[in-house]
Each structure stands twice: as structure tokens, then as C-alpha cells.
Design a protein around this ligand. Sequence first.
Ligand code: HEM
Length: 485
Amino acid sequence: MNQRLTSQNGAPIADDQNSLTAGARGGVMLQDWQLIEKLAHFNRERIPERVVHAKGSGAYGTFTLTRDLSEFTLADHFRGVGKQTEVFLRFSTVGGESGSADAERDPRGFAVRFYTANGNHDVVGNNTPVFFLRDGIKFPDFIHTQKRNPKTNMKDPEAMWDFWSLNPEALHQVTILMSDRGIPASYRHMNGYGSHTFSFWNEQGERFWVKFHFKTQQGIKNLSNQQADKLKGIDPDHAQRDLYGAIEDGEFPKWSVNVQIMPEADAEKYHLNPFDLTKVWPHKDYPLQEIGVLELNRNPENYFNEVEQAALAPSNLVPGIGASPDKMLQARLFAYADAQRYRIGANYNQLPVNCPHASQANHYQRGGAMAGTGCPFHGRSPDSAGSVNYGPNSQNGPAQQAQYAEPPMDIAGAMARYDKTVEDDYQQAGDLFRLMNAEQQQALFDTIAATLEQASEAVQARMLSHFEQADPAYAEGIRAAIAAA
Ligand code: HEM
């Protein structure tokens, strides 16, 4: 027997197929609250899509620690070999809208949430170890060049290359994006990176700088431009289909989790600025250390509730893991929660995918839209624990825990807007180019030429001068590919 159909107030519905009308031919009665409720809710089904990374796929799984990191960090999920921590991972493309094709040439988002015993820890990274920029003040301008031109409402190669030609710090990431790794064959067949430098701290108050790497165990697979173009037409959701299907079939994708660890004092003397997001730390200096396995093994029950409303944020940190002076990371610590308060609402952290599953939220924040939703993992919302709504109090309310204080971080210097051109923009981009074989280099030239040739000559010339500084052969190849286009 079916369950009874009801309206939102739980009242049984007698007829859900015919509006209430005056006579068989209408008009429709304003008193048809049942029709009004249905249409009004429908009108509110969409929330704003993410301003970037709007198209995505998500799944739950497990992180299993295989190497104890107690000597470096208090973080619960990195202590005790064999410990398992529930995770949620959302993959995405960056520049497209929520209905765009999965096979675009674009970085892929790789945003992992660890539901730890001391709160949610999110690593909101990409499938690349670096980024286009080293200062968050440039991010809105950069994204404007990746999205649609406000006049034509079309993608704009002139804007894209104009911006990159005026920001050579992007060259390393541009080289990765235009390379044969620029279009992953699926979300399962790519690596993920925390990209930024974060910090670990331990019981002794020692700090270490750390980078996270997630290496696919499915093997790296990429699409050529031709394969991707075909797939965009045949199946714009191919990456969603691949991930969902693999998990339904019990083929659980896995990534080995690795860290690079740098003692705090090394940062001063290292030949690179370790907080510059356009650079990698060469593995010969700071080798990858494998610490565990991340497996995805459960599809969400409801895409909108759990994936669209997922609110991952670099500011979701837990005791033992902190930020670093990385200027991009600092900007992101503000940007995500702010976007989510707007996109979902002030109490987005009470939704089941966002609330801490393995730690109970207890605080004195009260009210706001949709307060009191409650976390199903604890059966109550953080604001329902009695009436006391201020702290400290003498009513046995939640109390601060001094043992979780982050050790002090030395920050010194005169306040100014420092010129970022003192950093080298070309060495690592050139190194990456020189690592490619001739076939990979040719594919890189052709992919770059395909859009660069649509930009003005002034922009092309400026861009070629940057390729030249990375490697003269890099510029030469692109010049020839543009001439042949
Ligand atoms: C999503 C801002 C740089 C990776 C977002 C969102 C915003 C944003 C507002 C949407 C959040 C939401 O509505 O839930 C920024 C700003 C940046 C920046 C201001 C620079 C200062 C980066 C970098 C990376 C990155 C460097 C990777 C290394 C992501 C990912 C998502 C995202 C993966 C999607 C998260 C998800 O799956 O829900 N970004 N972003 N972003 N960003 Fe950034």
C-alpha cells in the first residue's frame, strides 16, 4: 500500500491532478492553497549555483591511516595506524555552469572532507599542485576571464590570454592546463592536491609546513581534444556517470594519500618561497610520504541535498592543522564560508552533509534562517542544547578547551602591498615543458595555438615573450603552430 500523499503540513491530499476551478473550464480559485504551495515551492527549487566549480559530482567513503603522524600533528584522523575516518569528496570543473559538459579543458576540483572526531577537516584542492595566481586579490578578475564575456555572453579567448599575458605567474598552471593532462578522462583517473602549504602542529608546539597529495590508484587517464569534443556532444555528464556507476558496481575508486613535510625553520632558507601557490616543492627536497588510502564507496541518496548543498571550505580546519602565510590560502579562508552563507543560508552547517558527523557542534550561535535543523548524527542542532546562549556562563554550558590552542606563529614585516614580481615565474614552467617528450610538446603547442591564435597580435606577442623566457623551444613551437593554424 502506498504511503498517503500529503501537503507540507501533513494533511492528506484528495486530488493532486486537478486544480480547484469555478466550473469545468476555469478560472482557478485563489483559495487553491494546494496548487499555490506546489508552484511556490517549485519556484524556489534552485539555489544560486557556485560562482566557480558549479558542475560537480560527489561521493562518500573512508580514509584509512597507514602511517601514524603523531610526531607532527594533533589531528585525530592522522593518529593511530588503521584508524578509519568517514570522508566526502566533491569533484568539479571550474569555469562552466552547473549544466556544462564534464569533458572541458579545465582544472578539476578535488575537495575532500574528513569527518574527524575533532570536527570537519576540508582539503579543497584541484587536480593540479599549483594555481594560476599567488595572491587572492586577483581571483575575481581571473575568473571573469574564464567565464562569459558580459556583452557577448560567450567565452572569450582574448580576455583569457590578455589576462595571462599580463600575469606571467600563471605560466606554470597554463602549461599544465594546456598539456595532455588538461582533460582527465574521468574523476577516478586523476590525482588530487591540496595545492597550498598548510601547517601541522604537535603536542610540543612544534610546527611543520605540509602539502597534501592524493594519487589515483586507477592510473592517470586523459582525453585528447578530439575525444573530449565528441564526448561533450554524446554525454555531457560522462564523469558523473563514470563515478556514480563505478560506485554502484562496487568498483570503489581509491587514492593513496601522501604528504610533503617541511620543518618550520626551513621556510626562511629554502630557495623557493614555500608559500607561493604557483610553485611545487621538488620531491627531491621534500619527498612524498605515504600516509593512507582514501576510498569512495557510497553514492549520495539525493544529489541536491548532499552534493549541491555541500559547503566545503579551506577554513574548516581542526586542532593540529592550520593555515600558512600563503596569500591565496588566506583569501580563501574568508571566501568560502562567506559564499556559502549567501548560496545556502546562515545555517548551512546544520545540513546533514555539512554538520560534523563524528564530533558534536556546541556553540552559542543562535537563530537565523532555518535554525534548528539538527545533525542526524547527533539528533539535535547545536543551538538546541538548553536555553543558555552566552559564554562563559555558570550554567554548565560548553566551555573552551585550552589544550587545542595553536602555537604562536611568527609574523613580522611592515604593512604594504608588496610587489609580487620579485618571484620567478618561468623556471618551473620551463622545467615542466622540458620533461615532456616531443609528442607531448607538439600537443601542447597545438592546444595553445587553437585559442591563442584567436587573440589579438599584441596579446600573442606578450604571451610568446613569456613562453620564450620559460624555454625558447616552447615559444618556437607555438609560433609554428599559430602559423600553421
Ligand atoms: C569553489 C573562491 C582559489 C578550488 C569556490 C567557491 C568560491 C571560491 C567562492 C564556491 C564555494 C561555494 O559556493 O561552496 C575562491 C577564491 C580563490 C579560490 C576567492 C582565491 C583566492 C582556489 C584554489 C583552488 C580552489 C587555489 C584549488 C587549489 C576550489 C574548489 C571548489 C571551489 C575545488 C569547489 C568546492 C566544492 O566542490 O564544493 N572557490 N577560490 N579555489 N574552489 Fe575556489
